[in-house]
Design a protein. Structure first.
Length: 404
């Protein structure tokens, strides 16, 4: 959530920034709710003082005291309602975008930063379904649409991909974590997925738990409610987990194959850092994502996502998009977001520094995901339908080449 004190002191600045993200209405509702709460606080304080007379009250004072207590009870109820309304409004206000974030509200408005690697000219490219061993038909019988089996050498290639990214992250100072994938509502709220993205989350009502769409949630919840020491920071984690997304609203979009499925595996970076270091950390994480793709010989481009296409928690997000020959275009495989203090305020993660205690900054970024497997197959394909695998993965148990 945003810093409410900062918003009070500069409402026009916040409003102008949030307008780029479509958050003006939510912000105005917050300011109105906050004003109502602020108006009630001194009234309640004054009545509370009146209900604590000094010495023994006279009969007349007792009558006044009785009236004051009745009025106080009513105002305290109003104050509680006003506070609940303010908290509800605060939960709906997104993180203001960084000034470097471009305007716009769709992927067409993203600003390309650079391209690395030259896509191979393939006259009639095979799709990943023709190159790898995926069984979509049997998965439909088992689980329904948008699920798939990954089998044989294709499975070994996927496992090598995830191990490759974890090994590289380990060398960069990230601590490997196998996190829970079922979490409580406070973790989903704390990371900013609730209430705005609730439609995409699988729920288990009988247990009050939710299946996570990224290990970001569990890694963010790792230090929920804790006070960290400044000398501990940055804390860098690499979570590997299976992820689940309902893909609500994506009907008819890329339903063919394994590109957009309900279940997939992912390696996620998550960092807790001091506020003054977070933007440097963001650049470092993007550089790591690029190093991973370069080590896999995958051509890609980096794009700065526009304000209106950012999720509620992100102040800035850089996506890396890999070339997919079968689609003839670049497609997103990694995202790296700086959520500044937005998640930390909701999760109550603070650190003790020279200025006292304050929220940490948190960042998240994809290191490896199932879509990279598709890109490896399609970019490594040969004319006969075989696939040549990058040396970085054959060292980790992937076959040097294979043909379905």
């Amino acid at each position: 959530m945003i810093d409410l004190k900062a918003a009070r002191s500069d409402p026009d600045g916040f409003r102008a920034s949030l307008a780029r993200k479509g958050g003006v209405e939510a912000f105005d509702q917050l300011i109105e709710a906050d004003r109502r709460w602020l108006d009630l606080v001194p009234q309640v304080d004054e009545l509370r003082s009146q209900t604590k007379p000094k010495g023994k009250p006279t009969p007349e004072q007792l009558e006044q005291l009785k009236l004051a207590k009745t009025k106080l009870q009513r105002l305290e109820e109003e104050l509680a309602e006003a506070e609940a309304a303010r908290e509800a409004a605060l939960a709906l206000v997104p993180n203001p975008p960084h000034p470097d974030v471009p305007d716009g509200d769709s992927d067409k408005d993203a600003v390309e930063l650079r391209r690395v690697g030259e896509p191979r000219a393939i006259e009639k490219p095979f799709s990943h379904l023709e190159l790898g061993r995926f069984d979509m038909e049997r998965a439909v019988k088992l689980s329904g649409a948008r699920f798939g089996y990954i089998i044989g050498d294709t499975a070994l290639l996927a496992l090598a991909l995830f191990r490759y990214s974890l090994d590289l992250l380990g060398r960069k100072g990230f601590l490997p974590v196998l996190p829970p994938v079922l979490v409580r509502e406070e973790a989903m709220f704390g990371t900013g997925f609730f209430p705005t993205d609730k439609a995409n989350i699988y729920e288990i009502p009988s247990d009050g738990l939710y299946l996570t769409g990224t290990s970001e949630v569990a890694l963010a919840g790792l230090h929920m409610g804790e006070l960290l020491e400044s000398n501990e920071l940055p804390l860098r984690y690499a979570g590997y987990s299976t992820c689940f997304r309902r893909e609500a609203g994506a009907a008819g979009k890329e339903t063919h194959g394994m590109f957009r499925v309900h279940q997939f595996d992912k390696v996620e970076m998550y960092v807790y850092t001091r506020p003054e270091d977070s933007w440097q950390e963001h650049e470092r994480m993007v550089a790591i994502e690029e190093e991973i793709l370069q080590g896999l010989d995958l051509p890609y481009r980096a794009v700065n996502i526009p304000a209106g296409d950012l999720g509620a928690p992100a102040a800035k997000k850089i996506d890396l998009e890999v070339w997919l020959p079968s689609q003839g275009r670049y497609r997103e495989v990694t995202s790296c977001s700086n959520t500044t203090d937005f998640q930390a305020r909701r999760l109550k993660v603070r650190y003790r520094g020279e200025r006292g205690t304050e929220p940490v900054h948190t960042l998240n970024g994809t290191a490896a995901v199932g879509r990279m497997l598709l890109a490896l197959l399609e970019n490594g394909q040969q004319e006969d339908g075989s696939v040549v695998v990058p040396a970085a993965l054959t060292k980790l148990g992937a076959p040097t080449s294979f043909k379905r």
